[in-house]
Write a new protein. Structure first.
Length: 228
């Protein structure tokens, strides 16, 4: 129930006001009655405790999902059109906090509509029975596969799932009969470069960013030898 606060109006001029005049909203017109405004009561301790318990339960559910999610319990599936918004959301969750503080911009994979890529069979989802943790997007080249996007939800990072997604990319490359995997990243994303090089990727080219002058993209590649 909303509480009420009464404001007694003393006329247009009021010496107690710093400017010697009431603000327009508080000026009394002829025959105007005192204004009574409804304001929400401050939250009670009971309501604060209720919200705190709800927050704790939510975080416990997320934490439980993360702790139960392991490479051994996970699987990959091709995304369906109904997954397009989920894929975009996971991509945004992964890319925005990683890229924005470093390059000052949000990269394309965080914003695009994945419907067409899903229709072409390019999008894979990493999941288990309870949670969806990551997304992998692959593009077919002449005789290679390009890892267009690899995204792991922040809550699931640090579990080795980025490497697992790259392993799945190698598995798909071998299944497609190509001998090489390629990927690229912004030259300023040092953590990305370090991960890819730990996974056996070697830098073979550096090129200007097509839409951000002054930025560089680094191309990397490795032989496709399935490890799954």
């Amino acid at each position: 129930m909303a509480g009420t606060w009464s404001i007694a109006l003393r006329g247009e001029h009021d010496r107690s006001h710093p400017c010697g005049k009431l603000p327009p909203a508080l000026r009394r017109q002829p025959h105007q009655k005192a204004v009574v405004r409804d304001r929400q009561q401050p939250p009670t301790r009971a309501s604060q405790r209720h919200r705190l318990r709800a927050t704790v339960r939510s975080r416990q559910q997320i934490f439980g999902s993360v702790m139960n999610f392991t490479p051994a319990s996970s699987s990959f599936r091709l995304a369906e059109l109904a997954d397009a918004e989920l894929v975009r959301r996971i991509s945004a969750e992964a890319y925005v906090p990683a890229y924005l503080p470093v390059i000052g911009a949000v990269p394309k994979p965080a914003l695009e509509d994945y419907g067409e890529r899903i229709e072409h069979g390019q999008v894979w989802i990493l999941t288990d029975k309870a949670s969806t943790a990551g997304v992998l997007v692959l593009e077919r080249g002449e005789d290679w596969l390009t890892v267009y996007s690899i995204a792991v939800r922040p809550a699931f990072q640090g579990l080795g799932l980025g490497r697992l997604l790259l392993d799945w990319a190698e598995h798909r490359a071998s299944a497609a009969g190509v001998a090489e995997l390629r990927l690229y990243t912004n030259a300023r994303m040092k953590n990305n470069l370090a991960l890819y090089q730990r996974c056996g990727y070697e830098i073979f080219n550096t090129r200007p960013h097509p839409s951000r002058p002054g930025e560089l993209l680094v191309d990397l590649k490795r032989p496709a030898t399935a490890r799954l």
